[in-house]
Write a protein that binds this ligand. Structure first.
Ligand SMILES: [Zn+2]
Length: 396
């Protein structure tokens, strides 16, 4: 090899390594089997910068007949639907996005119900073809089968076929981003009590799949915003926040999606801010807002100014004693102090101190720090002077 060729080769590797800095290693790049999806980060950002709306498909998880996890008196699907309504509203108020939603409270919207019904055969063929290609790639060793992933309940065959139907619909309708909404559960918990883990996790296609790159970058951006207010899952396989998965149909198993595929588990179903009806709407609004912020900031670029919360402005009207639980005022206090870096208090993580709406030691210590910062008497209580200051800062 000539010296010149070596220099060019090395330069190309440096450029490739630079381009890939956040999305994966060079080894991974050289090992790619599928050509990367045409819906690359560069394509999506170019489209956005030219003022063409980004086509977003929102898929609230589970179905009327089988609503996912169940806790006390509600189904996971109830949360997914309420969250999808809030998300759709946010994205529809922004002309840079064009929004589609698969279902509402009563089931699939006619467009999707009819699509599944009228395309039974072609969805089946779509799946069979993709799966046989993937199987031969795996058996010939070209694609490495990932066996160490997080275990998910396997979708029932008809549901699985509808999920492939969603992916085919997304292809047929030039969707750019597919966003699946879920809440997690911990199987070992008592039937009416909380389980071992808490926090959110974002699933994306495993790196060998063609839609990995944009999915990864968008997921990182959403992670950054959600993590300002909500704990990242403390279930060890999810603790990085963004989790690659080869088998989830939702994010494009068997190379079935061209669009970026993102599945968010927003938290565990028994976490107080989601399980308690006095807090749920506020917690879901904040989850939706930070998801929107993450996507918007992905396109605007990291230098764009931070975006707001759904919870603020908020007016505090009453003193609340330590030990009080499920209090919207305490949830709002935790969000306000999170925004300004005072919650969780020093030495604690967001896993120790989630935005629970419960007034315990986390809130007491954060209040002390807030009071010290504003030269108020350091009581750790939500007292009159503190309420006055909070309203001065966060009520407008
Ligand atoms: Zn689910």
């Amino acid at each position: 090899m000539s010296k010149r060729a070596i220099i060019v080769g090395v330069a190309a590797l440096v450029v490739a390594a630079f381009v890939l800095d956040v999305t994966g290693s060079l080894d991974r790049y050289l090992a790619l089997v599928f050509p990367p999806s045409a819906l690359s980060p560069a394509y999506l950002k170019g489209k956005y910068n030219q003022g063409q709306p980004i086509r977003l498909l929102i898929v609230p998880g589970h179905e009327v007949a089988v609503g996912g996890a169940f806790y006390r008196d509600f189904w996971e699907r109830d949360l997914n639907i309420e969250l999808s309504e809030k998300l759709a509203k946010l994205f529809r108020s922004d002309p840079r996005f064009e929004v589609f939603v698969t279902q509402d409270r009563s089931g699939y919207l006619p467009e999707f119900a009819e699509y599944f019904e009228n395309n039974r055969v072609s969805i089946r063929t779509f799946y069979d073809r993709l799966r046989s290609v993937m199987r031969s790639l795996v058996s010939s060793g070209v694609v490495q089968k990932k066996t160490d992933g997080v275990h998910h309940n396997t979708a029932k065959p008809e549901l699985g076929m509808r999920l492939y139907g969603v992916n085919k619909w997304a292809r047929d309708n030039a969707i750019d981003i597919v966003l699946h909404l879920h809440f997690n559960d911990y199987p070992g918990r008592p039937w009416n009590g909380p389980g071992k883990y808490e926090g959110f996790a974002i699933y994306i296609p495993e790196w060998q799949l063609p839609n990995f790159e944009a999915s990864h970058d968008i997921a990182r951006s959403i992670l950054r915003e959600l993590a300002r207010y909500f704990p990242i899952s403390n279930y060890p396989p999810e603790s990085a926040g963004v989790v690659e998965d080869q088998d989830l149909i939702a994010v494009g198993a068997n190379a079935s999606l061209e669009a970026a595929g993102i599945l968010i588990e927003y938290g565990y179903i028994y976490e107080p801010q989601f399980a308690n009806t006095k807090l749920r709407s506020a917690a879901l609004s904040e989850s939706a807002q930070q998801t929107y912020n993450g996507l918007a900031r992905y396109f605007e670029g990291m230098t764009a100014p931070a975006r707001g919360t759904a919870t603020l402005p908020h007016v505090w009207t009453q003193e609340i004693a330590e030990g009080t639980k499920n209090q919207p005022d305490i949830f709002a206090l935790q969000i306000a102090l999170s925004r300004d870096g005072l919650y969780p208090p020093a030495g604690k993580s967001r896993d120790d101190c989630p935005p629970s709406g419960n007034f315990g030691p986390c809130t007491r210590n954060a209040l002390r720090a807030f009071q010290a910062y504003h030269s108020l008497r350091s009581t750790g209580k939500l007292d009159f002077d503190t309420i006055l200051k909070l309203n001065q800062l966060y009520a407008l």
